[in-house]
Design a protein around this ligand. Sequence first.
Ligand code: GUN
Length: 279
Amino acid sequence: MLIDGRKISSEIKVELKEEIEKLKNEKGRIPGLATIIIGKDKASQIYVGSKVKTCSEIGIQSFLYELAEDIEEKEVLKLIEELNIRSEVDAILVQLPLPKQISEKKIMNTIIPSKDVDCFSNENIGRMFLNPNTDIRPCTPAGILELLSRYSVKLEGKKVVILGRSNIVGKPIAIMLISSGATVTVCNSKTVDLEKIIKKADILISAIGKSKFIKKEMIKENAIIIDVGINRVDGKITGDVDFDDVIDKVSMITPVPGGVGPMTIAMLLKNTVNMYRRN
Ligand code: GUN
């Protein structure tokens, strides 16, 4: 069975739009998301364009800041300080990757935690570590959990194998799954006997960025596969999993595109609305 991220994200957008309709009379304004993009990275421009478009569809106001590639770090920090105190801005997103003169750590920890919509700051990551049911969670991991929940996948007692240990996906989703009662193994490119470990997974989450790396011989019969990979090969987007090769062996799988990707944006909007409700 296909896990349809496009369909679920559309349902979430409808829910959020209704919630905004209800809240805006009480608040006297609509939610606001400020997005900062630095430089001309093509993929970043596509992501940001898509985020801005989706915001307008559901009634979130976008504040878009397109900054030059060679901007000084202190200018960006100054802009963030201004956005931190602007009351109509509920949430702030700084698109990654950043040019090399700008410290990602410094940027992420200058955004006030109550507006840190990506949940990348030390404080918000720490809060999520201690309470994974908090309403502000990293977007891609939260999107994956939402998909599993809406497809009624039980996590308690399941063996989950995660490929990749990034701060954006691998590490936070491991924390969330541990709290849900799953037995979690996090692998990386140096993992010994990787294939043996993958073969034991009831649920496999791949976020390594290697096109079509996972083949049917590697997975367990009836495994659930979550493919976080977005790989550009000859102008086409492919996942980490060889979809056509594994499809007859899995019980559920997310396609690429149309699986986890749309859920990341849906969760970004959900975090924005949660911040608006609190603000
Ligand atoms: N670049 C790629 N993915 C992301 C994301 O989830 N958030 C931000 N801010 N930048 C990204």
